[in-house]
Design a protein. Structure first.
Length: 305
């Protein structure tokens, strides 16, 4: 009769089996990293602090969130941060969260820095966003990042939403902007507009810093800087999102919607109950609307729908 194995013998048998398994695995070699994302696909990646312009020798940078992609090109969205025109950052939690969500959706996201007030006033920050779009549409970026120059949109939050919409009112055929998503945009920067609803004094001060004006009643650039007053039939389609009780009174979004409608420009207005502002408006109900808008506006030429 064969004696029962001792505990030490059992452990030796297990160790031997593990050694054999390790040797087999070693012979097999490491997994092919290319196959992990498909034989003809590039993995998602992030490239930070790329210089896209240098007006007056001031370097302006952006962070590129590139999605997993194959041999073809992908749509892209320029992200414009908030911060009351005087602060904020492309690295803010809100911008990073939006960029990663778009990246996961297959859209290349480019979070940009821009010149800030009060040192730099209207239209400098808008021109910076325009420069970012132009940089993105350059053939060099198509080669480097796989971006389709004919499928570029802009998404802004708070002050960045105002900049995005202001750029969006310029002729789309010139800017190349196929669609604008504006989260909590101030659209009327005139004396009447800055008195809408329960506009907080801090919001008025921020607008005056951006406009370079001492007071609302003595600000000649208030009207040209107001996207609700500069819409034309050539402007870009827009998705407007605003809270019902937030720091940017809802009439700003409603007036922008009316101006777009009067000009015959495709648009949508989404209102969110409560005081959520900027990127905080992107809940489980709003995100699908944003992605649907971008999918529609940044679809390949000739795509159905």
């Amino acid at each position: 009769m064969t004696p029962a194995p001792t505990a030490r013998g059992a452990w030796r048998a297990v160790a031997a089996a593990l050694a054999v398994a390790a040797a087999v695995a070693a012979c097999a070699g490491p997994p092919d990293p290319v196959l992990a994302v498909g034989a003809h696909e590039r993995p998602a990646s992030i490239e930070r602090d790329l210089t896209y312009a240098a007006p007056d020798d001031v370097p302006l940078t952006l962070d590129a969130y590139l999605p997993r992609r194959g041999e073809g090109t992908v749509p892209a969205v320029v992200l414009v941060h908030g911060g009351a025109f005087v602060g904020g950052s492309k690295d803010s939690a809100g911008m990073v969260g939006v960029a990663r969500r778009l990246q996961d959706h297959g859209v290349a996201a480019f979070a940009v820095s821009y010149r800030l007030a009060p040192e730099h006033t209207y239209p400098a920050p808008v021109d910076d966003v325009a420069a970012a779009v132009a940089w993105l549409r350059d053939p060099a970026q198509q080669a480097a990042y796989g971006v389709d120059p004919e499928r570029v949109g802009v998404l802004g939050t708070s002050a960045g939403a105002t900049l995005a919409l202001t750029l969006g009112t310029r002729p789309a055929a010139e800017t190349g902007v196929k669609g604008v998503v504006a989260l909590s945009a101030a659209t009327l920067l005139t004396a009447d507009g800055l008195g809408l609803g329960t506009t907080a004094p801090a919001e008025v001060d921020a607008a005056l810093a951006y406009l370079g004006c001492p007071e609302v009643d003595a600000c000649p650039v208030g009207e040209p800087a107001s996207p609700a007053l500069t819409v034309t039939a050539a402007s870009s389609p827009a998705l407007l999102v605003n809270g019902t009780a937030e720091s940017i009174p809802l009439p700003h979004a409603e007036r922008m919607s009316q101006s777009l409608a009067a000009a015959g420009v495709a648009h949508e207005l989404v209102t969110v109950e409560g005081d959520a502002h900027g990127a905080h408006l992107l809940d489980e109900t709003v995100w699908p609307r944003v992605l649907e808008f971008l999918d529609t506006r940044l679809a390949p030429p000739g795509a159905a729908g």
